[in-house]
Design a protein around this ligand. Structure first.
Ligand code: NAP
Length: 312
């Protein structure tokens, strides 16, 4: 096999991430054949109409037969059942991976089912949008984003290198770490921020003293930026919180303590301390921009016209 090239690639699930992998792999010439499976006929037909693959399979086993690499692109809670369903059909030497936003739980769910003849290399491309489904994908999604692999120490080094090279072909940088470390890092960089967004949007929705129309009308004050991530797929995020429970609760406890400290600063008028914190946090955002992980354009690069934006 050429470096980072899989003659036959099977995608199980063809939502945002699956369809983006299909488009990016095609763009990169990283495969000769993409076999696609999705749970519902609607999604499978939509993928076919969009021309995302070369073959479309209602049956899971048909999709993975003869595949050199199988990528699970489904909500993390279903990983174990899918591993069980494909185990007997996997080609010896096939690489099995996934894109799930949680790693330790996926490893625990899938490992018992997979045959020793397959190379299981869990993965997570840290790239996404709030949209879902096969129409949401785009070939550039992984460009200059990180893909984290969490291989086991005993996993065949050649298989890990081949999967890493595949992700690099798709435009990503690749880093390896343990599943547990991945889950802690993602708890603070992704999972807790999503929980905060879901919470603040829920709080605003339940307010009685401020009308819904006022919440919408004055949302450019900051609220709307939370609503973007609070619009993310409910199934996917339910599964993430249920399957990264420990790390999320640990980070949430730290967050709550820090929030209480902030509350005290406001209560006792400690402006200097607030100013110091806000100065530190501004530097963190600048660091993210310098790392190429965010646009430097003001207001996330939104086009501005007239009085549309009302600022902070
Ligand atoms: P998505 O757009 O909602 O697509 C989900 C896919 O999984 C669809 O093909 C769907 O099939 C299938 N599916 C849903 N529930 C299923 C079930 N119970 N059994 C079998 N198949 C099921 O999701 P996505 O955003 O691509 O996310 C897929 C995975 O990528 C998740 O594990 C997520 O954690 C991870 N991820 C997401 C992002 C992101 O920003 N979205 C970023 C990185 C990683 P049908 O439509 O046919 O039901």
């Amino acid at each position: 096999m050429a470096e980072g090239h899989f003659p036959r690639l099977a995608l199980i699930g063809i939502g945002l991430i699956g369809s983006s992998i299909a488009l990016a792999a095609r763009r990169a010439g990283a495969t000769d054949h993409i076999a696609i499976h999705s749970r519902t006929p609607e999604t499978l037909h939509r993928a076919e109409n969009l021309g995302l693959g070369d073959s479309y399979h209602a049956d899971l086993a048909d999709a993975v037969r003869d595949a050199d690499c199988v990528i699970l692109c489904v909500p993390v809670g279903i990983s174990g059942a899918i591993a069980k369903a494909i185990a007997d059909t996997l080609k010896p030497g096939a690489i099995v991976t996934d894109v799930g936003s949680v790693k330790a739980s996926v490893v625990a769910q899938m490992t018992p089912h997979l045959p020793a003849t397959a190379h299981f290399v869990p993965g997570h491309p840290v790239a996404g949008t709030e949209n879902s489904g096969p129409d949401a994908g785009f070939a550039e999604l992984f460009d200059n984003r990180w893909c984290i692999l969490t291989p086991f120490p005993e996993t065949d080094a050649g298989a890990v290198a081949q999967l890493a090279a595949f992700w690099r072909r798709l435009g990503a940088y690749v880093e390896s770490m343990t599943p547990e470390h991945h889950d802690l890092v993602l708890a603070i960089t992704s999972h807790v921020p999503h929980l905060i967004a879901y919470n603040i949007v829920g709080t605003a929705a339940d307010l009685e003293t401020v009308s819904q129309s006022e919440v919408m009308k004055f949302s450019a004050g900051g609220f709307r930026d939370f609503t973007r991530i609070a619009a993310s797929d409910p199934t996917m995020w339910r599964d993430i919180f249920l399957h990264n429970r420990e790390a999320v609760l640990e980070m949430l406890a730290r967050f709550s303590e820090d929030l209480s400290a902030l509350q005290r600063l406001i209560r006792y008028g400690e402006g200097d301390k607030l100013f110091d914190l806000f100065t530190r946090t501004r530097a963190i955002r600048n660091g993210i921009i310098e790392a190429g992980q965010e646009t430097a354009a003001a207001d996330f690069g939104r086009p501005h016209g007239g009085d549309e934006d009302q600022g902070g």
